[in-house]
Design a protein around this ligand. Structure first.
Ligand code: SF4
Length: 237
């Protein structure tokens, strides 16, 4: 069994229940449909047994809240994926690159709202067409912003009066603070408005244009007008 870092560019496949990066011609990286913010002792035991049974050492809980099992061969891939299926805890979403939510009020004394439920509902959103570029999402349970919502494509920040929705942030080489789209939102309103933001973005952005560059290109005021005053067309498939 070979292990190591993925060679670039990786071929990223989304399969029912899990995704894989081909690391090279003989080894694979498995990303089960399992977000790791919270899990039970039973889930942890299952995970340990499966990995021990297959002599897997390259496991990582990523900053994006995912489990990555590295350095497995093609024959092991399907067997391990099936064995880890009981851990699956969300829809397989192919339009989100990463989604991070902090423990929120369930697990942090500063938290005022629970972002994990919201994350699951956002993952279930269906877009009218695929986004032209990566979508990274950060959900923070308080103004400490541990998941950095101001520099994510979509940021959600819990406040006493409700959720603040931020759109168009980026933390990469051309960083951009996202624009506040609305405040004081209830969970249902967040889902509806995230869907509208993404619908405007996917219909008007150029190929490969991230949300940060899109907001500069489209204009913040025009984006607000489109969101709140104009017909944006179908919001899902
Ligand atoms: S953002 Fe706030 S609620 Fe979330 S982990 Fe950080 S301090 Fe806790």
């Amino acid at each position: 069994m070979k292990a190591g870092r993925p060679t670039a560019p990786c071929l990223f496949l989304y399969l029912p229940g899990y995704s894989t990066d081909i690391m090279n011609h003989t080894t694979f990286l498995l990303v089960p449909n399992f977000r790791v913010e919270t899990f039970t002792i039973e889930q942890l035991e299952l995970l340990t047994h499966v990995l021990q049974d297959h002599h897997v050492n390259g496991v990582k809980f990523t900053a994006a809240g995912r489990l990555r099992v590295a350095g497995i061969d093609r024959q092991q891939l399907d067997v391990i994926a099936e064995a880890l299926q009981p851990l699956a805890n969300g829809p397989v979403t192919d339009w989100i690159t990463t989604i991070q939510s902090c423990p929120g009020k369930e697990g942090c004394r500063y938290g005022t709202r629970n972002g994990e439920e919201l994350a699951a509902r956002i993952e279930a959103i269906i877009l009218p067409v695929p986004p032209p570029a990566k979508i990274k999402i950060g959900i923070a349970g308080c103004s400490m912003c541990c998941t950095e919502p101001y520099v994510r494509d979509i940021g959600l920040l819990a406040e006493q009066k409700g959720w603040k929705l931020i759109f168009g942030g980026n933390a990469a080489g051309r960083p951009r603070i996202g624009d506040t789209i609305a405040e004081g939102l209830r969970d249902d309103e967040v889902i509806e408005l995230v869907q509208r933001c993404l619908t405007v973005y996917v219909h008007h952005a150029k190929p490969k244009m991230r949300t940060a560059r899109f907001m500069e290109y489209f204009g913040v005021e025009a984006f607000h007008r489109k969101l709140f005053d104009e017909d944006i067309g179908d919001t899902n498939a």
